[in-house]
Design a protein around this ligand. Sequence first.
Ligand SMILES: [Zn+2]
Ligand SMILES: [Zn+2]
Length: 169
Amino acid sequence: MQCPCGSNISFQQCCCLLINQETCAQSPEQLMRSRYSAYATEAADYIYQTYAQASRALQSIADISAWAKETKWLKLTINAASDYTELDDQNAVNADNEEQHLPTVCFSAYYQHQGEYFLMKETSRFVVEKGQWRYLDGEVSNNEALIAPKRNQACFCDSNKKFKQCCGR
Ligand SMILES: [Zn+2]
Ligand SMILES: [Zn+2]
């Protein structure tokens, strides 16, 4: 299986390594991608664990799991990722740092929920805790319902594929 994050490499060689904790994310974007793939593969524990400590209080594995089960993730596009400090740098960003310096990743995600299609755009913020990248929070700038094309029409995700061969599969 191709990795859900859109890297064009296999899941086993990509986000699966992070989800199974064989390796850890080297950048906010990598963590973001792995969390997307964790949603796509219903790895609720990983999603929970990769929240920043302060954000975990607002989450439960049961809720994450329920949402992941009801949602089919179709496509991820990373639109922008801000500069970030390398993890091994002594100046690695911490949650106590001023919030405006936190690295961000802007992404678009297509998903299907209860039979309807949606496009969501979010800017996520990341922190380093105990030497690991963690997801702090995200601001959703857009979450719109999409009208599904006909099966032979172009997919709404700009893949240049027919809907039936892309998000409509
Ligand atoms: Zn991946
Ligand atoms: Zn598509």
